[in-house]
Write a protein of this length. Structure first.
Length: 434
């Protein structure tokens, strides 16, 4: 049964992946059609075609390898300086440029002269290329916010999970009491595990962050805590003390090895799955995006550890780069976890949301052949043309993206090597969540 659920999780992830890819390409496709660009192909996947159907002027299909997708737009690269679409050169670098230019005009038909991608104004090309990643961002936000508001998220609550026996500074690397340690204020006042704190000095509290701030802001003060215990409300009167506590990061977490002197009571809050408000969900989504950007920036620095985990005896870090195979394995693991089905579904949807956010961030890198590279080319063309107009110089014409194809091949080669490394790592030393 566990194996069956693991396989089911992988299959469901592949379906979600295929939908995410098709959703991405739909953004490119719909805006291209809106601006009158001819699109002869809309494909999900790479490699051999396993199904296709032509409707109107576009062939829609699914290919065997679900690792991406594409739409083919006519004339993505302008003709050369001589106005020719095809020419030949013995230079390998020049050959790359000419091959890319030729491929851009495949399936050119009479009447397409006014339906070429490069003939559209730069702002229209930016919209077409941005629409794909933007669709992934929309999907990520909708899924994430929907899960946070319906299923909820692990959240520290005002319910007491554990009461400390004694006063221990957070800067001390110990958890057990020693002779001479003072009794914790919470224990001395009679706070018990299971108590739900509902008021602080008469002011109602429903949020752990607010309660934590109240405690930290009042060192040395004798306060009245109102708690729910066995269906009744009970008042206790602890005196807060000043102690070294972990510094918060402002996002519900703590800064490692950073401490501040603040008020301290001496209990651990319970963690529960709590539905969030729309505002709280959006804040969490913002944190997710910020973490995604930081992960993308730190990606090169993680490659040595990834190599060691793949071909050496290093451990695979929990935040190690993970590819489609690794994400599919995580999807399988989620379906085998001993948690309620609703939590399985919520965890899986969060995985899919994270994958779509990664697609958005990765595709926005200003490098060819990524969407961000084409956006950068269109923006640069706009700058050149507007500058020439202001200076009353001749129009420099479309920016020839084909001249960057040698660089694009290098970038693609680096991406392929990195993808293969991650693939091998996901197979021999995968990231596990259980």
């Amino acid at each position: 049964m566990t194996t069956l659920m693991f396989i089911l999780g992988i299959v469901v992830f592949v379906i979600g992946l295929a939908f995410s890819i098709a959703w991405h390409e739909l953004g490119h496709f719909s805006t291209a059609k809106m601006f009158g660009i001819r699109v002869p192909q809309f494909m999900v996947g790479f490699g051999p075609t396993i199904w296709s159907r032509r409707k109107g002027e576009t062939e829609y299909g699914v290919k065997a390898i679900p690792l991406g997708g594409y739409i083919r737009m006519i004339g993505m690269i302008p003709p050369g300086d001589d106005g020719r679409i095809e020419s030949r050169s013995t230079s390998p670098w020049r050959g790359m440029i000419e091959d890319a230019r030729e491929a851009s005009f495949e399936e050119l038909q009479p009447g397409d002269e006014q339906r070429l991608f490069y003939t559209r104004k730069p702002w229209k090309r930016v919209i077409v290329m941005f629409a794909g990643p933007f669709m992934n961002l929309i999907l990520a936000v909708v899924i994430f916010v929907g899960v946070m508001m319906s299923f909820g998220a692990k959240t520290q609550t005002t319910t007491v999970s554990k009461v400390s026996d004694c006063v221990i500074s957070a800067s001390e690397n110990r958890t057990k009491c020693k002779d001479g340690d003072k009794e914790a204020p919470a224990k001395a006042a009679g706070l018990q595990p299971g108590d739900k704190i509902v008021a602080f000095d008469g002011a109602p509290v429903t949020d752990w962050s607010a309660l934590q701030a109240d405690i930290r802001d009042n060192p040395g003060k004798k306060i009245v805590l109102t708690v729910e215990r066995d269906g009744k409300q009970v008042d206790i009167t602890p005196t807060l003390i000043k102690n070294d506590v972990a510094q918060t990061d402002g996002q519900g977490g703590y800064v490692e090895d950073k401490f501040v002197s603040a008020g301290w009571l001496g209990f651990t809050p319970a963690v529960d799955i709590v539905p969030l408000s729309f505002g709280q969900s959006v804040d969490r989504m913002g944190d997710m995006m910020e973490n995604g950007v930081q992960s993308l920036i730190s990606l090169p620095a993680k490659i040595p550890a990834l190599w060691d985990a793949t071909f050496g005896d290093g451990e695979r870090a929990a935040d190690s780069p993970m590819g489609v195979v690794g994400a599919a394995r995580v999807g399988g693991e989620i379906f085998t976890m001993d948690i309620p089905a609703t939590q399985q579904l919520a965890s899986f949807l969060i995985l899919l949301a994270g994958f779509n956010l990664s697609l958005f961030l990765f595709n926005m890198l200003p490098l060819l052949p990524l969407d961000g590279g084409h956006i950068a080319g269109a923006l640069w063309e706009s700058v050149r043309r507007n500058t020439a107009k202001v200076l009353r110089r001749p129009d420099p014409g479309p920016f020839d993206v084909a001249k960057l194809m040698p660089v694009a091949y290098v970038v693609a080669g680096v991406f392929i090597c990195f993808t293969l490394l991650v693939l091998i790592a996901d197979l021999v030393n995968p990231v596990r969540i259980s």
